[in-house]
Design a protein around this ligand. Structure first.
Ligand code: HEC
Ligand code: HEC
Length: 463
């Protein structure tokens, strides 16, 4: 993520391969398969609602089937009222249905969280966290990357499940044993035994980790978590209905252009790890200095700072104690942008509630900081008010957040930000093309070639 990549070249290379094996879409067999392979009820509901145009999941393994049940099961929580789906709602791209910055949980359902709830979609290619993660762009130097949650502190989706199950302000189960007990006494006990063996409940520690394994199997196997049914996917695979409008196409170029949006330097489009494509994250971490969110109760304490990689939730990069920790303060994981237009709270602290504000923030954080940060009364803007001064050297300096002077020209014009938003909306799954839709006239290969002709392949200076 340090160095902007040869955007056009990469995109072109990715697409030649795609286009080579490409046929026009034919959704009829998918629709038939959808009807024929209907899995268990919870899964059916998920698949139908979230991804109307996606193919059905192939039959889920027994682990994933019981995982689906546990995902919607409130009996695992301390209150008996909260399930994973309470915060990760399948009708909202597995993010919250409301627009709160942080959700309320705990035994009484009133304990506020400290972070916005991410989508659970397109997490299946997330590798374990590493301080020296190989960036999938294959150009950036290794750096912090991978892992689940905003600070990457869970290495696998399975491991991650333990966090909400036991957090006092989330599902608030008393202990691992309480969770295992709930499964043993609950209606899914038999399914759990079928998946993991008749004696699975004998070893509490193991059974608890298998609850996580089942939840992971569901999230990895069920197509509702990765349907690849957005307009952008149609465009990338040259399918009927995938023709982007002129505005969307201009927005894509702004996204790719190292001198404008440069979004793709972190929100990777193109080949990712393990054969993935267009995940819209390179899983790197960056400090971009988002404003402090005063709606979060924890922030009432002026000494409290959520510093991402260096804590307090993550505890293995403590400044002054762990080597290299100070350099990681303020860094959060680059989120996946698929389905981002459906979100109602953005950034790790949910400080923004409209996609338009996020894009405006990227464009004017430096040119008009007073728009985003409070002033001290003497007319001085307290820029980066959620990152203590000693960590501001960690701020990323790539476009569009290159720390240009206040009052100078913005990286993007207003029209370009509108185009960019139009493009981001093409990343929403469940796209239903209009009747008689044509095949894309502008294929990605064309766009990339055009882009390369205009700009040449060039890298932006690293920090
Ligand atoms: C009270 C709301 C709430 C509940 C209930 C909840 N989560 Fe989450 N989930 C969150 C928040 C907040 C985060 C971000 C946590 C962080 O960054 O520290 C998150 C993050 C995640 C992530 C990581 C996603 C990413 O982008 O890295 C996964 C996976 C996940 N949750 C799965 C689950 C599962 C499985 C359950 C049920 C066992 C569950 N969650 C229950 C709020 C919730
Ligand atoms: C230097 C890497 C980098 C660049 C360049 C970058 N982003 Fe981000 N993006 C991030 C990180 C890191 C976050 C999370 C920051 C946080 O929560 O503190 C983020 C968050 C977001 C979010 C919020 C998503 C959510 O689920 O809350 C959106 C939307 C977004 N970026 C869009 C863009 C767009 C559009 C561009 C180009 C104009 C862009 N980003 C450029 C790294 C980057």
């Amino acid at each position: 993520m340090r160095i902007s990549i040869y955007a056009a070249g990469l995109l072109a290379a990715a697409c030649v391969a795609v286009l080579g094996g490409c046929k026009p879409a034919d959704d009829a067999p998918h629709a038939a398969a959808h009807a024929a392979v209907l899995p268990k009820p919870a899964v059916v509901q998920v698949a139908q609602v979230v991804t109307p145009s996606a193919p059905a999941s192939p039959a889920l393994t027994p682990a994933a089937q019981v995982g689906a049940k546990l995902f919607f099961d409130p009996s695992l929580s301390g209150s008996g009222k909260m399930s994973c789906a309470t915060c990760h709602d399948p009708n909202h791209a597995y993010a919250p249905a409301n627009n709160l910055s942080v959700q309320l949980g705990g035994k009484d359902g009133k304990q506020p969280g400290t972070r916005a709830v991410p989508t659970l979609m397109y997490k299946e290619y997330t590798n374990a966290y590493s301080d020296t993660f190989e960036n999938p762009d294959m150009i950036s130097a290794p750096g912090p990357g991978g892992g689940l949650t905003w600070d990457g502190r869970a290495n696998t989706i399975a491991e991650q499940a333990a966090i909400p199950l036991l957090a006092p302000n989330e599902m608030a189960a008393d202990s691992k044993a309480a969770v295992v007990d709930a499964v043993r006494r609950g209606v899914h006990a038999e399914a759990f035994r079928q998946a993991y063996g008749a004696n699975v409940f004998d070893d509490t520690e193991r059974a608890f980790s298998l609850v996580g394994a089942a939840l992971q199997a569901f999230q990895v196997e069920d197509r509702s978590f990765h349907p690849y049914s957005s307009k952008f996917d149609r465009y990338r695979t040259n399918k009927v209905g995938g023709a982007l409008t002129d505005a969307e196409l201009r927005g894509l170029r702004v996204f790719l252009d190292p001198n404008k949006g440069n979004c793709m330097a972190c929100h990777l489009i193109g080949g990712g790890n393990d054969g993935s494509q267009d995940m819209t994250s390179d899983y790197s971490f960056a400090a971009i200095g988002v404003p402090r969110n005063r709606e979060i109760p924890a922030n009432a304490d002026p000494k409290y700072f959520d510093l991402g990689l260096c804590g307090p939730l993550r505890t293995d990069h403590r400044p002054g104690r762990d080597k290299g920790a100070k350099e990681t303060c303020g860094m959060f994981k680059t989120p996946v942008l698929r389905n981002v237009a459906t979100r109602q709270a953005f950034m790790h602290n949910g400080v923004f509630h409209a996609l338009e504000d996020v894009v405006r923030f990227y464009n004017t954080r430096d040119t008009a900081p007073q728009t985003w940060y409070p002033s001290d009364g003497k007319g001085r803007v307290n820029k980066y008010d959620d990152l203590p001064a000693q960590y501001r050297a960690n701020l990323d300096e790539q476009m569009p957040l290159d720390q240009r002077r206040a009052g100078s020209k913005t990286p993007m014009t207003d029209a370009e930000t509108q185009d960019l938003i139009a493009f981001l909306k093409t990343l929403t799954d469940g796209f239903v093309p209009p009747a008689n839709a044509a095949q894309p006239a502008n294929t990605v290969a064309n766009a990339a070639a055009e882009f390369a002709a205009e700009h040449g392949a060039h890298a932006v200076k690293s920090k």
